[in-house]
Design a protein around this ligand. Structure first.
Ligand code: IPD
Length: 260
């Protein structure tokens, strides 16, 4: 984990500098409302250098440069989003993160999500709990939907889930204390782990958006699955997570609103 927090810290220093001069960045568009800037690319390069220096034989799966194989016998690889919340970043909204996960034989065993603006370093190792800086985290213990706040992400136009998104939000809003859309999936998950949000759902996430955050939630005692209850298995899951009291109710609501 120290290798990961060190790498995240170094990339974060560059992101913070670029955030201060965001108007000078070169930006290109990957898809509808999906951007990449030279800040993402620079941070990704730093992370690749740092991580491969520390662990030369691990592979990579990175948001901007894709997958590369290592030659590690335990098939370990880093799953990296150098800048989660690119759109926030490019608009000067101080809510974005670096997300790093370590996968071993297909299973996530360590996770770091770092918010450089608030200096919040969320970490988890399988079996050892979730921490925010040095403080141990637990998901919330709320039992009532009408006291709970849920986060979500809006699927990009053209993706599964985009069209019916508003119906879904309306249903959840009708029974809960509110819905938030903050635009950085890894932090949404970290906030569920911290008990700030009681749950989170989003359609069609990518491995670099959720791999680290999913371990944070699990190790903080939360429950995470595909919408519909199956265990998280696909590469781009429709993900729902919450504390164990509320997961089922939220999942059922989402399922019902899709059928309606
Ligand atoms: C995006 C953010 C956003 C989520 C999108 C992701 P990016 O990641 O996590 O919250 O709604 O699905 O693609 O592109 O900013 O790294």
């Amino acid at each position: 984990i120290t290798v990961m927090t060190k790498a995240a810290g170094k990339a974060a220093r560059h992101l913070k500098r670029d955030f201060g001069e965001v108007e000078n960045l070169q930006v290109s568009r990957k898809g509808p409302a999906d951007f990449v800037s030279n800040a993402d690319l620079k941070a990704e390069k730093i992370l690749r250098e740092e991580l491969s220096h520390a662990r030369p034989n691990f592979g990579f799966l990175m948001e901007e440069s894709g997958a590369s194989e290592g030659d590690d016998t335990l098939q370990r690889r880093w799953i990296v989003d150098p800048l989660d919340g690119t759109t926030n970043f490019l608009h000067g909204l101080p809510h974005f993160a670096i997300s790093l996960a370590l996968e071993e034989r297909g299973e996530i065993v360590a996770a770091v999500v770092y918010d450089p603006i608030k200096d919040e370093m969320f970490t988890a190792e399988k079996g050892n709990g979730t921490f925010l800086n040095d403080r141990r985290l637990r998901v919330s213990s709320r039992r009532r939907m009408d006291e709970a706040i849920f986060a979500t992400g809006i699927p990009f136009k053209g993706l599964e889930g985009h069209e019916r998104f508003l119906d879904e939000v309306r249903e959840v809003m009708a029974v809960s204390a509110g819905v938030r859309r903050w635009g950085t999936a890894s932090l949404d998950l970290a906030y569920v782990a911290a008990g700030r949000f009681d749950g989170f759902w989003e359609w069609g996430l990518q491995p670099w958006d959720y791999s680290a955050g999913a371990l944070l939630v699990r190790e903080a005692g939360g429950y995470i699955s595909e919408i519909g209850g199956r265990s998280l298995s696909s590469k781009s899951p429709n993900l729902v997570c919450a504390n164990t009291n509320l997961h089922r109710e939220l999942d059922e609501l989402l399922r019902k609103s899709r059928k309606a």
